[in-house]
Design a protein around this ligand. Structure first.
Ligand code: SF4
Length: 473
């Protein structure tokens, strides 16, 4: 069980709150208009994009099937380049290792690049409890750190926050600056964040980054950013800690180049991100800059268990965020409703795997199973299939609420008796079609309020599925 507080069991209440939050709803509209369109354009522009996705899937599948081998090779090569690898079974071990490295460096402040595994193990809170100040340097992470929130998206952590809210957070925190300064433009906000962070980069004793990939054949860690903050985090302090989960390892440099080609296009629609940085070991005598110590903390935290079970395919995930950008549920409720570190379809599969189904039984239900997530996933993770697998387990373990159990029981009773099903469903369908005639859709259905509370229900039109199926034969 993670120590990072989770509200996943309250998913339904979280959803209600999110749907009523006008500002959040406006912010979510930007995801649809930005990331989705950009990914489409970038993927259409590259003739071999689909072939690259197949290669990316195969690279990750092969690596996961031989994870022990590649992790061992990776460790040997990190050590050969003068770095150290630390293994952590869970978040407790990971936090202790990181704290010890920081204490050995006599660290007072730590700069941080964006790391989802850092969120997962609650590293900021732990460092603070132990008298070390963690400073997020990714702009989105910096904003949510000031607001005391979790990320709401894995690549755009502050996507739920408006410009005005950022200005308020800056005015509340940067009290040494002129209280009457203008923070109306995004450029003003960016300039202020940059100025505030500049000194922190220089003062920090330790820099912690995540790692998009760990390359076994070279012992390198790779980070992908658009702000350059990751580079400053890992090169300026005297100690660099790269924090990664076990599935981040890939065999070769060549493999990483394939994965990078699908990652940026799937995430932001860029051909390549602004900064793609490879770090290998500490600073060498001939290097102009770089850390004196290079540590890699590799965390398991439930992944080995997933590896051996029905959800191992989820470990192919390269954290591009495309599945959530295209998910109608994520786009309606945002990331915080999911209640923990990983939102959207990937979170709905990964969170039960890491935290246990008791904690996250609602999440696999948070999907229309439209299949869009699988359609856009660069490593072709069959997310709808995995969601269905979790749903089977929720049902088998009797974790559903009474309404769902009751509903499924009665639906099954009718579904097993097609004549009875048609006898009852056909007139109902005709009634709904007649009722919706005026608007072309239904604004409310008395017994199914949840379906129509926040959107119109399409009017039934034409023949039923059963009728069409019969005609097809
Ligand atoms: S599941 Fe696929 S689409 Fe979603 S974040 Fe992971 S790699 Fe990207």
């Amino acid at each position: 069980m993670s120590v990072v507080p989770s509200t996943s069991p309250n998913f339904k209440a979280n959803v209600k709150e999110a749907l009523a939050d006008e500002q959040l709803q406006n912010a979510l509209a930007n995801i649809k208009n930005g990331f989705v369109r950009n990914r489409r354009i970038a993927s259409e522009r590259l003739a071999e994009f689909e072939a690259l996705r197949d290669q990316a899937r195969d690279i990750k599948t092969h690596t996961i099937e031989h994870l022990d081998v590649y992790l061992e090779i990776y460790q040997q090569n990190v050590e050969a380049s003068g770095g150290q690898v630390h293994w952590a079974m869970d978040e407790v071990e990971a936090r202790k290792i990181i704290l010890e490295i920081c204490q050995n460096a006599d660290a007072k402040t730590v700069t941080k690049g964006k790391t989802m595994i850092g969120e997962e193990i609650g590293i900021n809170e732990y460092l603070e409890e132990n008298g070390i100040e963690p400073i997020e340097t990714d702009l989105g992470e910096y904003i949510i750190q000031l607001r005391g929130e979790m990320p709401s998206h894995i690549i755009a952590p502050a996507t739920h926050v408006s410009k005005e809210q950022v200005a308020d957070a800056f005015k509340e925190t940067h009290t040494e600056l002129d209280a009457d300064r203008s923070l109306e433009d995004a450029d003003d906000l960016l300039a202020e964040a940059r100025a505030m962070l500049r000194d922190k980069f220089i003062q920090a004793d330790v820099g912690i980054t995540g790692a998009n990939f760990l390359i076994a054949e070279t012992g390198s860690s790779v980070i992908v950013t658009n702000e350059g903050n990751g580079d400053l985090t890992q090169t300026l302090p005297k100690v660099h800690i790269a924090l990664a989960s076990i599935e981040k390892v890939v065999p070769t440099l060549e493999d990483v180049t394939t994965l990078l080609r699908v990652l940026a296009r799937s995430a932001t629609g860029q051909e390549i991100s602004s900064y793609t940085t490879f770090s290998t070991g500490p600073r060498r005598a001939t290097d102009l800059d770089g850390p004196e110590e290079y540590h890699v903390v590799i965390v398991d935290n439930g992944r080995t268990e997933m590896l051996a079970g029905d959800f191992s395919e989820m470990l192919r995930c390269i954290r591009c965020g495309a599945c959530m950008n295209h998910c109608p549920v994520y786009n309606a409720v945002g990331g915080h409703a999911y209640g923990w570190v990983y939102p959207g379809p990937m979170g709905a599969v990964l969170t039960p795997g890491l935290m246990g189904l008791d904690e996250a039984a609602h999440l696999p239900q948070a999907s229309t199973l439209c299949g869009k997530c699988e359609e856009v996933c660069p490593v072709r993770i069959p997310l709808p299939t995995l969601l269905r697998r979790w749903r089977d387990q929720v049902y088998a373990r009797d974790l559903s609420d009474w309404m769902t159990k009751w509903g499924l029981k009665y639906w099954a009773m009718f579904a097993k008796r097609p004549a009875l099903y048609n006898f009852l469903a056909n007139p109902k369908m005709r009634l709904l079609a007649w009722w919706a005639k005026k608007h072309g859709h239904l604004k409310s259905i008395p017994t199914l309020k949840g379906w129509t509370e926040n959107r119109n229900f399409p009017a039934p039109e034409g023949k039923t599925f059963h009728q069409l199926w019969k005609e097809r034969k």
